[in-house]
Structure formats: structure tokens, C-alpha cells
Design a protein around this ligand. Structure first.
Ligand SMILES: Nc1ncnc2c1ncn2[C@@H]1O[C@H](COP(=O)(O)OP(=O)(O)O)[C@@H](O)[C@H]1O
Ligand SMILES: [Mg+2]
Length: 214
């Protein structure tokens, strides 16, 4: 008998939107259903991709990271994670729960950095293959609110140090993508945590209803 492939769930949103908190909620929900969960984060999630994460996030005052270099490093890390972690997990029948994935590049490098959409789309269709999220939960937050939540965490990394207008453009792109793609559910992340958790659970229930007996 063939193993039924697992499902791929992605959590997206600006810094401080509540992604890590959402991951914990989703993980519990899946584990309660006896599903094996593999958690990933981007950029990162493999030893090499974590090194790329460090390169992308570090504040380096000696050399400016060109926007296209940033884009390529993000996709290099993503390809590594897809090949070595995400695809093998899904083929084993495990569920993958991802803290950020491709939507982040579309929003940050496309919206925030204003890189050419054609370039990004060419890259996506060339290197991502046909592994696509089954469900993306986009946590929508005002960047000023998100950044103030994130700032409470400690020092800001290179991307977190961007101007507010960068995050305003990034959010705009996030919302634009979410509005046009049916497997992306937008959650109002400005609500109190309990309400966000409730909305997440409802989204999982409606999206994966009956998954265990299909
Ligand atoms: N709905 C919420 N309301 C208020 N604070 C929140 C909410 N969700 C998360 N937080 C807090 O905001 C901070 C950032 O949340 P986190 O889950 O780490 O966000 P992210 O992973 O998206 O950067 C944490 O201190 C977290 O406890
Ligand atoms: Mg986080």
C-alpha cells in the first residue's frame, strides 16, 4: 500500500505577527490527532540553510547586501530545505508545519524590496517544483504593532531594522497575494491571543475536515 502523503501547512506574517505562537497552537492541534509533525523555519531548517539565515540576518556594516543577493540567498535556503526536509517528510506521510515559506519572498523581496515580480516568478517556477502548501495561514498585523511586539524580544536583526515604509509595502503585498489565492486564509492578528488561536483552530477544522477518514 502506498503511504498517503502528508500535508504542508505554512504560517506567514510580519515580525511580531504571532507566527511562533500560531505554530505552537497548530502543532498541538495536529498532535492531538496523532499526526507526526515536522516543524521548519525559513530561511533555515537545515545546517546549510541555517548558515544562509545567519548571512541574511546579520548586521554587516562593511558590505551592503544587494537586494538580488538577498533574494537568491532566500531561494538557495528554500531549495535546500525543500529537498532535504520538506519533500522527504511529506513522502513519508508526515505533516510539515512551516514558519514562513515562499510567500515571505513574494512579500518581502517583491513588496518590501520592490524587486521585479517577473524575476521572482521565474525563480519560483524554476526552483520550487510542484511542492505547494496545502494551507497558508497569513497573520495580518499593522507593522507598527508587530514591530513593537518583536522589539520586546531584544535586538533587531538586519531586516527588522528596515524603515516602517518597507514593512508597509511588505504587508500590502502579503494582503494582495492572500486576497487572490484560495488556499491562503487571512487571520486578524491584532486580536487578543485567545481569539487568534480560536480563528486558527477554526481554519484548520474547516480546511482539513474529514482528513483522517478520506
Ligand atoms: N495576539 C497577540 N496579542 C498580543 N501579543 C501577542 C499576540 N500573539 C503573539 N504575541 C506576543 O508578541 C510577541 C511576538 O510573537 P511571536 O509569536 O514571536 O511572533 P513572530 O513569530 O511572528 O515574530 C511575543 O512576545 C508574543 O507572546
Ligand atoms: Mg517567530
Amino acid at each position: 500500500m502506498m503511504t498517503k502523503p502528508g500535508r504542508f501547512i505554512v504560517v506567514e506574517g510580519l515580525e511580531g505577527a504571532g507566527k511562533s505562537s500560531a505554530i505552537a497552537t497548530i502543532r498541538r492541534w495536529l498532535q492531538q490527532r496523532q499526526l507526526t509533525v515536522v516543524c521548519t523555519r525559513e530561511p533555515g531548517g537545515t545546517p546549510l540553510a541555517e548558515k544562509l539565515r545567519t548571512l541574511v540576518k546579520q548586521v554587516d556594516n562593511t558590505e551592503i547586501l544587494a537586494p538580488q543577493t538577498e533574494l537568491l540567498l532566500m531561494y538557495a535556503a528554500r531549495v535546500q530545505l525543500l529537498s532535504n526536509v520538506i519533500r522527504p517528510a511529506l513522502s513519508r506521510g508526515d505533516w510539515v508545519l512551516a514558519d514562513r515559506h515562499d510567500m515571505s519572498s513574494r512579500a518581502y523581496q517583491g513588496g518590501g524590496r520592490q524587486l521585479d515580480e517577473q524575476l521572482i516568478n521565474n525563480l519560483r517556477s524554476t526552483v520550487l517544483g510542484n511542492t505547494r502548501p496545502d494551507l497558508t495561514l497569513y497573520l495580518d498585523i499593522d507593522p507598527a504593532v508587530g514591530l513593537s511586539r518583536a522589539a520586546a524580544r531584544g535586538e533587531l536583526d538586519r531586516i527588522e531594522q528596515e524603515q516602517l515604509t518597507f514593512f508597509v509595502r511588505t504587508r500590502q503585498k502579503y494582503r494582495q497575494i492572500a486576497a487572490t489565492e484560495p488556499d491562503i486564509i487571512t487571520i486578524d492578528a491584532s486580536q487578543p491571543l485567545a481569539q487568534v488561536q480560536q480563528a486558527i483552530t477554526e481554519a484548520l477544522q474547516s480546511h482539513f475536515a474529514g482528513h483522517s477518514d478520506d
